[in-house]
Design a protein around this ligand. Structure first.
Ligand code: NAD
Length: 237
């Protein structure tokens, strides 16, 4: 499907919406997707509370590696175009499953991080929040002495409740939902566009290939996000 008047009309006529983004939007920045061909995540999956309990130093080290890899990445044209699209709305949020901070670096506001942020940390015991820590050794909390861990959501953990609450509010009251570079296989995020559609929103997916939710959405644009989103943004000017 091409970007046609039907699609641009739907977007231009909407006032309120959100985008759900996944690892695919950061792939053109050089950050491999979870299930992609690059083996970056292979020896590291899954991060879980169990793996942290069993070998906290190793899990800390993996995150250090990941942070270094993400630090080198810069926002790509898809991130910038999404910021432009966001600015063309009265009210538009970005719900991301990414932890790489690239939406914020591209100037996007109102970014809801479902899976946390690789540059933040928290105490595994008391929950005290910490900013970025660069240390080869796993640090300890100055409050309670507990181990400090990255403030990201691991396999088997629940999404931060404030993020879930915000996402629910958006799903219940929006006119448009863009689903960008996500496989639709990670819950609860994958259910947001489906619920938004049930509530009357127009749903448009942008992905390099069909996903498990393609057939449940209004329209899909297949191709590279870093080409499609700038094109889409241009047609909205
Ligand atoms: P995923 O890896 O399961 O899926 C990525 C999707 O993006 C796929 O559907 C793929 O077809 C699509 N895609 C890849 N490159 C693309 C491109 N250039 N243009 C268009 N589409 C493209 O990712 P997910 O669904 O986001 O879930 C994996 C989990 O792993 C997430 O929850 C996330 O927290 C984590 N993760 C985060 C990052 C990051 O922060 N950048 C990277 C990898 C994984």
């Amino acid at each position: 499907m091409k970007i046609d008047e039907h699609i641009t009309g739907k977007i231009k006529n909407a006032r309120k919406g959100f985008a759900l983004t996944g690892a695919g939007i950061s792939a053109p920045s050089g950050i491999p997707t979870f299930r992609g061909p690059n083996g970056f995540w292979k020896d590291k999956d899954p991060f879980s509370p169990k793996s942290f309990r069993e070998n906290p130093q190793l899990v800390w080290h993996w995150h250090e590696e990941m942070r270094e890899m993400m630090r080198k990445a810069k926002p790509n044209p898809a991130h910038y175009a999404l910021t432009e699209i966001q600015n063309s709305f009265d009210d538009f949020a970005i719900i991301t499953q990414n932890i790489d901070n690239l939406h914020q670096e591209a100037g996007s506001k109102n970014v809801i991080e479902l899976h946390g942020n690789i540059y933040r940390n928290k105490c595994n015991e008391c929950g005290k929040k910490f900013g970025e820590i660069r240390s080869g050794e796993i640090p300890k909390c100055d409050e309670c002495g507990g181990l400090i861990r990255p403030d990201v959501v691991w396999y088997g953990e629940i999404i931060p409740l404030y993020a879930l609450q915000k996402a629910r509010e958006l799903v219940e009251d929006c006119e448009i939902c863009l689903i960008i570079g996500t496989s639709g296989m990670v819950q609860p995020a994958a259910s947001f566009p489906l619920l938004a559609r049930e509530n009357g929103a127009y749903t448009l997916e942008i992905n390099k290939e069909e996903t498990v939710i393609t057939n449940y959405l209004d329209d899909s644009l297949f191709g590279d996000v870093s080409e499609i989103l700038p094109e889409l943004s241009k047609t909205l000017l």
